[in-house]
Design a protein around this ligand. Structure first.
Ligand code: UTP
Length: 280
C-alpha cells in the first residue's frame, strides 16, 4: 500500500513574477482554493495521507496553510463563515504533514532526493501542485488512477498526456511501447526535446509513483539539462535497468505554472465546479 505523497514545492515560479516574489506559487488560488490544497486533497482521496513537502526559502505560507490559525478560528467560531473553512479543516484532520528543505534549487530530481528523509524505503506518490488535474466525470482522481496501475505492476509510474507538436519542447517526453490502451512500457525518455527530436507526443506531467530505488539512482545522476538534476534522467535509468510504465491520464490537466494555464484552470473550475457548488 502506498501511504506517502511528496510535494516538491521549492521552485521559484519565475513565470508568475511579480506575484510570486513573496508568495509561493503553490499558494496562488484557483477560484477560492490554493493550488497546493487541490493537490493535497487529491493525495488524501487516493489514500496517501502522509504528505511530505520539500520546500525552499519563502515558502512558509504553505506550512501555515495546513496548520491551525487560532486567531481566525476564534474570530469566526459559531458564525456562518465557518462553512468556508470546511475543506481545509477536512484536509488538516485527514493528513499528516512533514517538511524538509531543498537549500539550493538544483532541479526536480534534486528536490526529490532531498525528500528521501520523509519517505524512507517505500514506494511513494509525487504531485507537482502547479499541475492541476481534474478527473473525467465519474472517474476517480488521477493519482488514484495511478495507484491502481501501481498495484498491478509494482514499478514506477509516470502520468502522460498527448500534447500538440508545438508544445512538446516544454515537457519530458517518453518513447514507449503501448501494452494496452493508454498504458505504455517506457523505453526511453528525453527532457524538453526540440519537436523534431521528440520520440512521441506523450508528455510527462506532474504526477508520479516512484519506487524507492529512485533515490540511489538520483544520487548517481549527474546534472543534465539546465545543469539541474533531472528526474527524467533518473527515470530513464530506471526504465533501462528495470521497468517504468507510463499511464495516459483520464481527465483534464492544467499547467498552472504558466499564466495561460492558470487562467484556463480558473475559468474551468469557476464554471464547472464553483458555480455547481462543488468547490468548497
Ligand atoms: P518548474 O519547472 O515549474 O520550475 O518546476 P519553477 O521554478 O517552479 O517555475 P518557473 O519555471 O521559474 O516559473 C517544476 C516543479 O518542480 C519543483 C517546482 O516547485 C515545481 O513543482 N522544483 C523545481 C523544485 O521543487 N525544486 C527545483 O529545484 C526545481
Amino acid at each position: 500500500m502506498i501511504r506517502k505523497c511528496m510535494f516538491p514545492v521549492g521552485g521559484y515560479g519565475t513565470r508568475f513574477l511579480p506575484a510570486t516574489k513573496a508568495l509561493p506559487k503553490e499558494m496562488l488560488p484557483v477560484v477560492n482554493k490554493p493550488l497546493v490544497q487541490y493537490g493535497v486533497e487529491e493525495a488524501i482521496e487516493a489514500g496517501l495521507n502522509e504528505i511530505g513537502f520539500v520546500t525552499g526559502r519563502g515558502k512558509r505560507a504553505i506550512a501555515d496553510h495546513f496548520d491551525i490559525s487560532y486567531e481566525l478560528e476564534h474570530q469566526i467560531s459559531g458564525s456562518n463563515k465557518e462553512e468556508f473553512l470546511k475543506s481545509i479543516r477536512y484536509v488538516m484532520d485527514e493528513g499528516i504533514f512533514s517538511f524538509t528543505r531543498q537549500k539550493e534549487m538544483k532541479g526536480l530530481g534534486h528536490a526529490i532526493l532531498c525528500g528521501e528523509t520523509l519517505i524512507g524505503n517505500e514506494p511513494f506518490g509525487v504531485i507537482l501542485a502547479d499541475d492541476l488535474c481534474v478527473p473525467e466525470d465519474g472517474m476517480e482522481n488521477v493519482l488514484a488512477q495511478m495507484v491502481k496501475v501501481f498495484n498491478q505492476f509494482r514499478c514506477s509510474i509516470v502520468a502522460v498526456m498527448e500534447v500538440p507538436e508545438d508544445e512538446i519542447h516544454k515537457y519530458g517526453v517518453i518513447d514507449g511501447e503501448e501494452m494496452k490502451d493508454g498504458l505504455y512500457r517506457v523505453k526511453s525518455m528525453v527532457e524538453k526535446p526540440a519537436k523534431e527530436d521528440a520520440p512521441s507526443n506523450l508528455a510527462v506531467i506532474g504526477r508520479y509513483i516512484l519506487t524507492p530505488d529512485i533515490f540511489d539512482i538520483l544520487r548517481n545522476t549527474p546534472p543534465g539539462k539546465n545543469n539541474e538534476i533531472q528526474l527524467t534522467d533518473a527515470l530513464m535509468t530506471q526504465a533501462q535497468d528495470g521497468v517504468v510504465m507510463a499511464y495516459r491520464l483520464k481527465g483534464k490537466r492544467f499547467d498552472c505554472g504558466s499564466v495561460e494555464g492558470f487562467v484556463e484552470a480558473t475559468n474551468y473550475c469557476f464554471e464547472n465546479l464553483y458555480k455547481k457548488g462543488l468547490l468548497t
